[in-house]
Design a protein around this ligand. Structure first.
Ligand SMILES: Cc1cc2nc3c(=O)[nH]c(=O)nc-3n(C[C@H](O)[C@H](O)[C@H](O)COP(=O)(O)OP(=O)(O)OC[C@H]3O[C@@H](n4cnc5c(N)ncnc54)[C@H](O)[C@@H]3O)c2cc1C
Length: 387
C-alpha cells in the first residue's frame, strides 16, 4: 500500500490527507499542536462554492454546507454605506452546484479531523528536516523520530520547512502593507443582513462582516499600517476599534461585543507565484506554496482544491513522482491567477489618498463588480481538480 506523510494539519493538510485516504493511500499527518482542540482554533472563514464543490469529491459538501451559514449576497459598500455593487452569490453558487458559506473555523477544522480520524494525526512534534531518494521520502521530527514513506506532502503553512527543503531556501514572504484584526461575536443589528457578506471600503481601511455557524458574526478589519505592529496585552480590541471612529455604529458595536481574547491581530503576508511546487517524492499544498492575501477569500479554498486534486492525481497511479507532477500542473495556474487577483485588490485596499480612493470607489470597483455580476464569476467559482 502506498504511504504518504502529510506535514501540517491545517485546512490544506487535512483535506489532502482525507483525499489521499479515500484514494487508498496509508496517510499519516504530523503537527506540532498538542491535541485536536489546539488545532481547531480561529474565528470565521468564507468558503466559496468552488471549495464546497471540491469537498463534494471527498463526500463532505453536504456536511460543510449544513454546518455553515449560506451566503446569498455580497454587498460592496463605501464608508458612507452607499452601494458600489452587489453580487448574487447564491444564484451563481447554485448554478455551480454547491453553496458559498460562512463557517466558524473551529467547526470546519473539527469536521475535517473527524472525517480523517484523529488517530491518523501525530500530535506534538514538528518536522525539522525532509530527505528523499529514488525509493522513499523521510521526515525527521523535533522529538528525534523519523518517518519514511513513499512521498511527503508539505502542508505546513507560510513558514514551510518542507518548501525550504524543496527549493533550498525559505519562502520569499512579503508584507502586503495591511495588518488585520479579526473577531467573532454574538451581535445583531438591522444594518447587518444575515445572508450577506458586507464589505466596506474606506481610506486605507476595510471592514468585512458576515455571519458564520451558530449565528455568530465574524468581522475582519484590514488596515494600512507599518509591518510588525503589536498591541498592548489586552488591547487588541481597542486597537482595532480606534480605526472605525466615525464609521457606522454597528461596526463599533460588533467590535465591542467581541471578547478581548478572541480578537486576533496578524500582518497580511503574501508570496509571488512560482512554478516549482515540488521535486521527486515531495510536493506542497496550501499556504506553503501559494500564500495569498485574504482579499478574494480564496486562500483556504485553494488549499482545499489542492488537497482534493492531489488525491485525484495519486489515486491508482503506481508512479508517485509522476502523479505529484500531474497534480502540480493541474493546480499551478489556478492558484497563481488568484494570487495575482488578491494582490491587486489588496493594493486597491491600501489606497488612502482622496483622488485614488475616489477613482477606485466611483469608477474602477463599480465596473469590476458589474463584470462579476454579469459573468456570475464563472471561472472564479470553477475548481481546478484534474480528472
Ligand atoms: C485575515 C485572514 C482572513 C482569511 N480569510 C479567508 C477566507 O475567508 N477564505 C479563505 O479561503 N481563506 C482565507 N484566508 C486564508 C486562509 O486562512 C489560509 O490560506 C489557510 O488557512 C491556509 O491553510 P494551510 O493548511 O495551507 O496552512 P495553515 O492553516 O497555516 O496550516 C499549517 C499547519 O502546519 C503546521 N505546521 C507548521 N510548521 C510545521 C512543521 N514544521 N511540522 C509540522 N507541522 C507544521 C501548523 O501547526 C498548522 O497546523 C484568510 C487569511 C487571513 C490572514
Amino acid at each position: 500500500m502506498t504511504s504518504v506523510t502529510v506535514v501540517g494539519a491545517g485546512v490544506g493538510g487535512l483535506t489532502a490527507a482525507i483525499a489521499l485516504d479515500r484514494a487508498g493511500v496509508d496517510v499519516t499527518v504530523i503537527d506540532p499542536a498538542p491535541h485536536a482542540d489546539a488545532l481547531a482554533l480561529g474565528s470565521g472563514i468564507h468558503l466559496w462554492s468552488n471549495a464546497v464543490q471540491a469537498l463534494g469529491r471527498i463526500g463532505l459538501a453536504d456536511d460543510i454546507a449544513a454546518l455553515g451559514n449560506p451566503i446569498e449576497t455580497h454587498r460592496y459598500l463605501r464608508a458612507d454605506q452607499s452601494a458600489m455593487g452587489i453580487f448574487d452569490v447564491g444564484s451563481a453558487s447554485a448554478a455551480h452546484g454547491a453553496p458559498t458559506v460562512g463557517l466558524s473555523r473551529p467547526v470546519l477544522h473539527r469536521r475535517l479531523i473527524d472525517a480523517l480520524g484523529v488517530d491518523r494525526i501525530r500530535f506534538g512534534a514538528a518536522v525539522t528536516a525532509v530527505e528523499q531518494d529514488d525509493a522513499s521520502a523521510t521526515v525527521t521530527l523535533s522529538d528525534g523520530a523519523r518517518i519514511s514513506g513513499d512521498a511527503v506532502v508539505g502542508a505546513d503553512g507560510v513558514s514551510s520547512t518542507v518548501r525550504a527543503a524543496v527549493t533550498g531556501s525559505p519562502a520569499p514572504l512579503r508584507y502586503s502593507g495591511l495588518t488585520s484584526w479579526r473577531g467573532l461575536c454574538g451581535y445583531d443589528h438591522p444594518a447587518l443582513d444575515k445572508q450577506a457578506m458586507q464589505i466596506y471600503w474606506g481610506r486605507g481601511l476595510r471592514m468585512v462582516m458576515y455571519q458564520v455557524s451558530g449565528g455568530l458574526l465574524y468581522w475582519l478589519a484590514l488596515v494600512k499600517a507599518p509591518p510588525r505592529g503589536t498591541d498592548p496585552v489586552g488591547g487588541a480590541r481597542a486597537a482595532a476599534r480606534v480605526h472605525f471612529d466615525g464609521w457606522p455604529e454597528f461596526m463599533q458595536g460588533a467590535i465591542d461585543a467581541t471578547e478581548e481574547p478572541i480578537v486576533h491581530r496578524a500582518d497580511i503576508l503574501r508570496m509571488s507565484p512560482t512554478n516549482r511546487w515540488g521535486s521527486g517524492r515531495i510536493t506542497l499544498v496550501g499556504d506553503a506554496i501559494h500564500a495569498m492575501t485574504p482579499d478574494v477569500a480564496q486562500g483556504a479554498c485553494q488549499a482545499i482544491e489542492d488537497g482534493v486534486a492531489l488525491g485525484i492525481a495519486v489515486g491508482g497511479d503506481r508512479d508517485l513522482p509522476a502523479a505529484l507532477r500531474r497534480y502540480e500542473k493541474v493546480r499551478r495556474s489556478r492558484a497563481a491567477g488568484l494570487m495575482r487577483m488578491s494582490t491587486m485588490i489588496n493594493r486597491l485596499g491600501a489606497l488612502d489618498g482622496a483622488a485614488g480612493v475616489g477613482l477606485r470607489d466611483h469608477l474602477f470597483l463599480p465596473v469590476v463588480y458589474r463584470m462579476q455580476a454579469a459573468t456570475k464569476a464563472k471561472g472564479f467559482l470553477t475548481p481546478a481538480l484534474g480528472s
